[in-house]
Design a protein around this ligand. Sequence first.
Ligand code: SF4
Ligand code: SF4
Length: 320
Amino acid sequence: MIGWFAKRLGSRLNSKVIKLEEELLEREDAIKFTSDSPERMLFNSKDPSTMRPPVRFRLLPKMIRIMNPMISNMNQSLRSLDENPTDPKRRVDGEFIAKLEAYVYEIGIDDIAYTTLSRDLIFKDRAVVFDGGVIVLSMEMDYDKMEKAPSPDTQKMILGTYNNLGILTNKITTYLREQGYGAQAGHPLGGLVVYPPLGQMSGMGWHGLNGILIGPKFGPRHRLAAIYTSIENLPIIEENEHAWVEDYCYTCNRCVTACPGNAIYDKPIIHENKSRTYIDTKKCMSEFLDNYGCSICIKVCEFNRSDYYEIRTRFMNIKE
Ligand code: SF4
Ligand code: SF4
């Protein structure tokens, strides 16, 4: 029975979301991946029948309950593209940005920042349809539930965060369209573009060794989503004040040691095109699916437990 549910979940994803994503490549306005683009690892890439029995029997039914609305939201983000204005506006002013940010925080997003789209960050065989500015959104994950990682409670909270962030990303996309702008929602789960480098480009934080964007608000304890827009003059901050996090990570390595899947490299692999790989995603995904969403690398991270600015002061004092 569980196997039937799991297969059904996988095939729903494959048949709907994946098909809609592939159709984007056929559009005239498609902004496509490049030869340097990374492969995307799907969360349903593991055969459910090979999952550890406790996960198969206890977690999958819950996952299916949460995944169903999530899949509807992913579908909505792709199906609603034709609701964009035919000749979308391309410029914003300070007043509009203030209004947008007030709305975004009011509905429950925890952080917002802006950047441009790099085609190298679009996943292989994927496309988006706007090449203007990108809005990066972050939603905090619950501290107490994260402390229990890995556990069914943590897994439920993680999937709940994905779901809530996906709903709000669609809502903000609709808001932008109503104001005359072109917008495409990037769902936090899967997504069409790699989010942590986007987040880093936006100045929201810096890529930690655990493969997650580390920022002052919640350290690595958050999820990211993006909205691709027609807007050409989003208030992008060129400077990133969080680059020191990289040096800190090399002195820490806590997540590398704690990772039960041996998935975190102690130094990122730097490719010819300068892109970086921090995690063996295959190994991580296997553990994520088998071990209640794992997330040990978030739980043990110093930035999850202590204040970002206190860590920075301590670190700078040691370095001097
Ligand atoms: S989620 Fe788990 S397996 Fe994946 S990188 Fe983090 S600690 Fe390792
Ligand atoms: S646990 Fe340490 S090495 Fe890993 S991301 Fe956090 S600060 Fe960096």
